[in-house]
Write a protein that binds this ligand. Sequence first.
Ligand code: HEC
Ligand code: HEC
Ligand code: HEC
Ligand code: HEC
Ligand code: HEC
Length: 255
Amino acid sequence: MRRSDLLHIMGALGFALGIGLMHPTPMAAQWPNGFTVDQTPHNLTRPASSTDPDMVGRIRDYGEVCTYCHAPHGGPSWGASPRAPLWNRNRPNASYRMPEHNAQNMFQDPSPSDRARVCLSCHDGTIGLDNIVNRPNTYGGPGPANQTIDSCEGCHSGGNPDGGIDWDGVWFRDDMRKQHPVSVVYDPSRRPGEFQAGLGGSVGPLPLYNGKVECQTCHEPHSQQFKFFLRISNVGNSMCLVCHVTPPTEPVHQR
Ligand code: HEC
Ligand code: HEC
Ligand code: HEC
Ligand code: HEC
Ligand code: HEC
């Protein structure tokens, strides 16, 4: 990336952050809090620079942490719906299966919203991790290795590889029935006594997006202040109990 472009992305992202901070929303308050993206598993430059023979060539090192998700001028258009600022990845278009729901359930979109697809653009295993739209200008290396998160998990699960990290469960596929409902309108009145009241676009400290629970309601993708990128601590189901009146017995994600 040229120096001018670097200044540009910093300016542009700083501008976005500035806007976030002007409105005292819970999401702005949670990040960065002294915790930065480069210290998290979302720093994909780190595995890309690995010299381990098993790792070489699996993912390109673009020399910059943000670029795997954001670009100075934003990426491709996904249409009108909001997703994330200056997004640098294509929209994943798997045939998602959503959880079954009956008339008593809260209203759910027929497929994940673009907010959720931002995460699914890596986590559903259909798009290569380094398959970004705008590569930094300073990068002159080969094109994307285009390996998807499931190909990484092939080695990085079940206690493998030797000395490597285990990321069991980070790969979602397209079956959303195994995951916590997302793109669902938070409406406690449909299930009286089961859910806490939501107020002003959030439930307690957790943000809703157009009134909906999305991945980003529970997760803050820039900070590991709480493990698994959680916005708040979930010790003793404390995060679940922000919304659920009684602790759920089912896990939040299944394999
Ligand atoms: C793994 C993907 C990913 C990486 C890497 C990443 N971001 Fe983000 N970023 C997101 C997502 C997703 C959102 C939208 C969050 C939301 O909707 O609440 C976002 C939102 C933002 C925002 C808007 C304010 C906010 O918190 O919602 C800013 C500013 C930002 N990112 C800056 C950065 C910078 C600077 C870097 C690099 C140091 C970076 N991001 C790295 C995924 C990423
Ligand atoms: C650029 C690709 C990319 C995007 C976009 C992305 N992730 Fe990830 N995420 C990864 C990879 C790769 C890992 C596994 C890396 C590791 O464990 O070292 C991961 C790991 C995680 C983990 C497990 C962290 C841990 O502590 O084990 C969570 C939780 C997560 N991501 C949530 C999200 C959410 C929520 C979003 C959207 C807001 C998102 N991710 C967007 C690539 C991405
Ligand atoms: C063929 C098996 C294999 C595949 C596929 C694989 N890895 Fe690895 N990975 C390894 C091994 C072995 C290590 C341990 C290296 C070490 O500890 O020095 C490792 C280490 C890592 C580390 C830790 C390095 C560090 O800085 O601590 C990360 C992160 C990582 N891999 C990410 C990935 C990502 C992302 C992918 C997919 C694009 C991937 N791996 C695919 C075998 C693999
Ligand atoms: C209602 C809150 C909530 C929502 C919504 C949510 N998650 Fe999670 N997620 C969690 C919690 C809590 C964990 C920690 C692991 C656990 O408790 O099982 C987690 C763990 C993860 C992990 C780590 C692997 C694992 O299974 O433990 C990934 C990856 C992840 N979430 C991605 C996502 C993505 C992508 C979405 C949207 C499609 C999403 N999450 C929606 C609460 C949520
Ligand atoms: C931001 C609010 C919120 C948080 C936090 C939250 N949930 Fe949920 N949960 C919901 C909503 C909304 C639904 C869907 C209700 C519907 O479809 O009628 C739901 C549904 C579920 C379901 C499906 C069964 C059912 O009753 O509909 C399970 C299981 C579940 N949540 C588990 C968890 C767990 C475990 C946690 C904590 C890790 C958690 N939830 C945190 C809002 C939340």
